[in-house]
Design a binder for this molecule. Structure first.
Ligand SMILES: [Fe+2]
Length: 562
């Protein structure tokens, strides 16, 4: 039976699953073209139905998530979400009383579910679904952290697993430690909102002049450029204490914000980033080790926004007794629609853990549709039967290429279907990409895609192959020159290790290997900085023209700019 998953908060989205797999999933931002769109995901729901060529009446079960007080309030008054969207993205002039507004937001989000929230939320969700033509369906609300847990455990392939969630806050909690086995999740411990690692890192992001819930990765990247601070001198390290499976924050969320502000007053920005990053790494690694010790389970999966921090993940992987690991690729709240649907499928369909092989869950477009969009743009183009090999030649020859194929990826990473590709060994190309094409901060690193079979040649300690760019690996010293444009200053990288899940991309990388000796390229998402990854061919052409890049391959078509 098909189940529709719906997430109507930050990075809203929808998905449809059956008893075995995720059939289709997409986030609203890709369609409305507003990054991390917030609100009821009307367009995503329609896109999912359209992809499967089914009608709303074909869906009899809808799974949504999160019924805390703040979420219910914003369901009732959607303009609050819209105001917050502009405020968070700093798209408005700085409003009066910023501190007070932030304090109020933290206060609201820390209130857990109160009586009536669930029934009010259901009524409001039904109102929106009914408008789309849904009839005779049941609505189930899955807990926020249960949805994160289901996404991780049911996509990990592990029969029994330790499941850890860590995020900002949802349903009054910021994390949980659980065991999944035989179709049920047992909660071992919960982490309260006031003890949130995610909110702490959000606050640091905000105080460094960046956008909370969006630029945390930049803080992690910036931390690489600080002079190392010892643990004794780290002024943030005692903000948290991990005791067994419990996390305790020394200060309330509001106290942390004002303390961080005071510390920043006489601390260089990159040093604050370093101290915050080191604080996460130490305490979260400890929490994972404690959980492994207490349960004896070494197959571990995790999800929640904090799981996007690949340097924390690298620490967990290399400094605990973990044996097998899995990070859900759409780890933040954008993955909650999938999580809610899978959780409900576990209850209704007996959905068992599957090993996620790819996240090409979005819409796709035929060559006819692509050609029609190119014709409208009046760009010069030609049809090729050898698009992957041609792409490999262009990149192997030192060029930058916009590459658009097949079904769109779910989640924050482009994995070879909506990607901008370039050589992995050129600092010049890296600078050109950062400064002219993507217009990003100079300290943000790019990531590599590589053939899985080359992973052990290029990286230290490859225990398993990460297909989803969720894990940090250290590049071998002898290989640094081959990967100059895709490594951090500390020689770490966040690779996609491609297996057989994407044939065209594999052909492309194989051609690059023929040209350069290694099947590795720089892979960054096909978008302009601050905008979502492209979805339709029209989006792809629009971005191609705006970047000023010379060549793109869209489907089977080589397109030239200018
Ligand atoms: Fe979350």
């Amino acid at each position: 039976m098909k189940i529709l998953g719906v997430w109507d908060g930050h990075d809203a989205g929808a998905c449809i699953v059956d008893e075995k797999s995720v059939l289709v999933a997409v986030n609203e931002e890709r369609i409305t073209r507003r990054k991390l769109e917030i609100g009821f995901p009307k367009h995503s729901i329609l896109a999912c139905l359209n992809y499967l060529k089914i009608k709303p009446s074909d869906i009899s079960s809808v799974a949504a998530t999160t019924t805390d007080f703040a979420k219910t309030l914003t369901r009732a008054f959607p303009h609050l979400k819209e105001n917050y969207y502009y405020f968070r993205r700093r798209k408005t002039q700085m409003p009066n009383f910023v501190g007070l507004r932030k304090n109020f937001k933290h206060f609201l989000t820390e209130i857990p579910e109160v009586p009536l929230c669930r029934s009010v939320s259901e009524k409001l969700l039904r109102r929106d679904l009914d408008k789309l033509g849904f009839k005779d369906y049941k609505v189930s609300f899955v807990g926020h952290h249960e949805a994160h847990c289901a996404a991780a455990s049911l996509c990990s392939g592990f029969k029994k697993s330790l499941v850890i969630t860590l995020d900002g806050v949802g349903d009054g909690l910021s994390g949980s430690v659980n065991v999944y086995e035989k179709g049920s999740l047992e909660r071992l411990s919960s982490i309260k909102a006031r003890d949130s690692f995610g909110l702490f890192f959000e606050q640091v992001t905000d105080l460094l002049g960046m956008r909370e819930l969006e630029d945390e990765g930049k803080v992690m990247a910036l931390s690489n450029y600080a002079f190392p601070v010892s643990e004794e001198e780290n002024k943030l390290i005692d903000f948290f204490k991990v005791d067994g499976l419990n996390v305790k924050s020394k200060y309330s969320t509001l106290q942390k914000y004002s303390l961080l502000k005071r510390i920043l007053w006489n601390t260089p920005r990159e040093e604050l980033a370093y101290m915050a990053q080191a604080t996460l790494e130490k305490h979260i690694t400890q929490l994972f080790q404690n959980a492994i010790n207490e349960t004896g389970i070494t197959d571990v999966c995790w999800s929640g926004g904090v799981a996007s921090n690949i340097k924390v993940n690298l620490n967990i992987r290399t400094k605990t007794n973990i044996k097998n690991w899995f990070v859900f690729p759409h780890m933040g709240d954008g993955g909650l629609a999938v999580g809610a649907a899978l959780y409900q499928s576990m209850l209704e369909n007996g959905h068992k853990p599957m090993k996620l092989d790819n996240v090409y869950f979005g819409p796709d477009y035929s060559n006819t549709q692509i050609e029609s969009a190119i014709k409208k743009s009046k760009l010069e183009y030609e049809k090729r039967n050898d698009a992957p090999e041609l792409a490999g030649e262009i990149i192997g020859g030192g060029g930058i290429l916009l590459w658009y194929q097949g079904r769109m990826e779910l989640g924050p990473r482009a994995l070879g279907n909506r990607s901008i590709l370039a050589p992995a060994n050129s600092l010049e190309v890296k600078d050109r990409l950062n400064l002219q094409i993507k217009k990003r901060n100079w300290f943000q690193p790019f990531c590599p895609s590589l053939l899985q079979e080359d992973a052990k040649l290029l990286f230290e300690e490859v225990d398993s192959f990460d297909k989803f760019m969720t894990m940090g690996y250290m590049v071998k010293q002898s290989m640094v020159d081959n990967m100059k444009s895709v490594i951090n200053v500390d020689n770490s990288a966040r690779p996609q290790m491609l297996g057989k899940e994407n044939k065209k991309y594999r052909r492309l990388l194989t051609q690059v290997k023929k040209n350069t000796g290694y099947g590795v390229v720089l892979n960054t998402s096909y978008n302009l900085h601050g905008f979502p990854i492209v979805n339709s061919p029209e989006d792809a052409i629009d971005v191609f023209i705006k970047t000023g890049a010379e060549k793109a391959i869209l489907g089977d078509y080589l397109v030239r700019n200018g």
